[in-house]
Design a protein around this ligand. Structure first.
Ligand SMILES: Nc1ncnc2c1ncn2[C@@H]1O[C@H](COP(=O)(O)OP(=O)(O)OP(=O)(O)O)[C@@H](O)[C@H]1O
Length: 266
């Protein structure tokens, strides 16, 4: 399998002198083409900083990022990002289909192909039939599906996702997780997804990279050997899932975090 993403010795420091803060410390890892890799780490450890460096939005202080072998020095054309806050990432004055088409305007793709790619992406996320509506006429989960469709419409080499399901309710989150796994498998997209939710990282990932507290470094790189076909109920209650989530929790928080909850005495 070919390597899609190579992160080599990436560090990021905010500020200089006495007030300098090292957010990311010499991270090195790679992601194969077609893999769905999750990064899980404690709040504030530097996950978003790392993702911005990979996306070419914020150059790392040191180290390099390569996408299919090319050095990343700005936002690559064939990279897409989905952020947590769908309400701020969609344009309220554009219809759903125009939102999805929007990034394609800066490509050489002609108007007709742009429209058909946008419709295809909307169909892939189960949103055929709402093309003419405006984002504010849709539920939060539907708006996030539009964001995912927009990211997929450009057929990116790498899809970066920063806590993409953190702003929706639990049931919608489960639906969106299943949607992502299905679409990723169908289209063979390489995905790097950041989350602070241990269960989500194990449920979604082919692999989970566990980060330390700030400054972030990799404490473990776990292969998730769960069946490719996953189910929110049976997968999550399987002994393999429970064992993996325990392993990630121990790596993140130490053994106490997985101790059974004490019953209050009445
Ligand atoms: N623009 C900035 N200037 C200075 N410090 C920053 C800046 N952005 C982030 N930081 C600091 O860098 C550290 C890492 O922040 P980052 O947002 O990357 O973490 P995170 O793991 O994504 O957090 P969360 O899980 O809470 O979203 C934090 O201590 C944060 O305060």
């Amino acid at each position: 399998m070919s390597t899609m993403l190579e992160v080599s010795g990436v560090s990021h420091r905010y500020g200089t002198g006495d007030t300098a803060h090292v957010a990311v410390d010499k991270l090195t890892f790679s992601v194969d083409a077609g893999q769905l890799a999750c990064i899980v780490g404690p709040s504030g450890c530097g996950k978003s900083t790392l993702l911005r460096a990979i996306a070419g939005l914020r150059p790392p202080t040191s180290g390099t990022v390569r996408l299919h072998g090319d050095l990343v020095t700005g936002v690559p054309d064939d990279l897409a990002v989905v952020f947590q806050d769908y309400s701020r990432s969609l344009f309220p004055w554009l219809s759903v289909v125009k939102n999805v088409e929007f990034p394609l305007r800066w490509t050489k793709i002609d108007k007709q192909t742009r429209r058909s790619q946008a419709r295809e992406a909307l169909a892939a996320v189960g949103l055929s039939g709402v093309e003419g509506k405006f984002p504010w006429q849709l539920s939060g989960g539907m708006q996030q599906r539009v964001s995912i469709a927009r990211a997929l419409a450009s057929r990116p080499a790498l899809l970066l996702m920063d806590e993409p399901f953190a702003s929706v309710d639990a049931q919608t989150r489960f639906d969106l997780e299943d949607l992502l796994r299905r679409v990723q498998a169908e289209q063979g997209t390489t995905v790097l997804l950041v989350t602070h939710d241990i269960d989500e990282s194990v449920y979604l990932g082919d692999r989970v990279l566990v980060l330390s507290k700030s400054p972030a470094h990799i404490v473990a790189d776990l292969a998730i050997d769960l069946p490719a076909q996953r189910d929110q109920i049976t997968t999550r209650e399987s002994p393999e899932f429970v064992s993996l989530r325990g392993e990630v929790a121990r790596l993140l928080h130490g053994p106490a975090s997985t101790a059974p909850v004490q019953q209050a005495k009445g």
